[in-house]
Write a protein that binds this ligand. Sequence first.
Ligand SMILES: Nc1ncnc2c1ncn2[C@@H]1O[C@H](COP(=O)(O)OP(=O)(O)OP(=O)(O)O)[C@@H](O)[C@H]1O
Length: 234
Amino acid sequence: MIQMVGVSKLYQNGVAALHDINIHIEKGEFVFLIGQSGAGKTTFIRLLFREELPSTGQIMVGGRSIIRLNRKEIAILRRNIGVVFQDFRLLPNLNVYENVAFAMRVTECAKNDISRRVPEVLDLVGLGHKSGSMPAQLSGGEQQRVAIARAIVNKPMVVIADEPTGNLDPETSWDLMRLLNEINKTGTTVLVATHARDIVDVMRKRVLALENGRMMRDDTGGGYDENKNNGLLL
Ligand SMILES: Nc1ncnc2c1ncn2[C@@H]1O[C@H](COP(=O)(O)OP(=O)(O)OP(=O)(O)O)[C@@H](O)[C@H]1O
């Protein structure tokens, strides 16, 4: 589903954000990406949906190289990858329904499909009753769930979340992780960049650990710290 071969990223200011990354994520996996602030997690994510290009190396998504794509192909890639940002990035002047519908409109979906699918995903994230609310009227956890609804509305192959619990209290963070786990159980590949040590330790998923732009660890069923093995399965 996702493959990086020899990927490095040197930003124009000379910062080497990623160095010789080689990873392979299969369809249907749930993967945590961990690492200290500045380790390269966001850069890793931005490369996957073509917000940045690597300086060297090859990136494949869904069996295709994403390095040389035209605008139309980039749009198709982004339809296949739902991204959830830490700061939600909802459109403030649109209500919950319209925020989610917007993601379908930009991919030129038929009106009928939009009016059928949007209520379906809002129910899935537990926000069916808030579809007329504006983002500013929602709690942080609710806004984040709208962001998830928007990320999954086009039935992407992959959902990527960049520190989705960064602004949430512990209980709401767990609700959100359970939701991502449910999405994963439907066959969607899920990649979550996080600092949430307790969540990583309990969920026991595959853990990729970045340190100064290098992939230092790739553990199946791993914890936040190396060799920590006292978690419970969710
Ligand atoms: N657009 C950019 N231009 C130049 N340098 C950048 C850019 N974006 C990130 N960097 C640098 O690249 C390195 C990796 O940053 P990145 O945002 O990928 O880390 P991160 O692991 O996501 O950190 P955090 O947990 O704080 O979000 C850092 O040194 C950062 O300063």
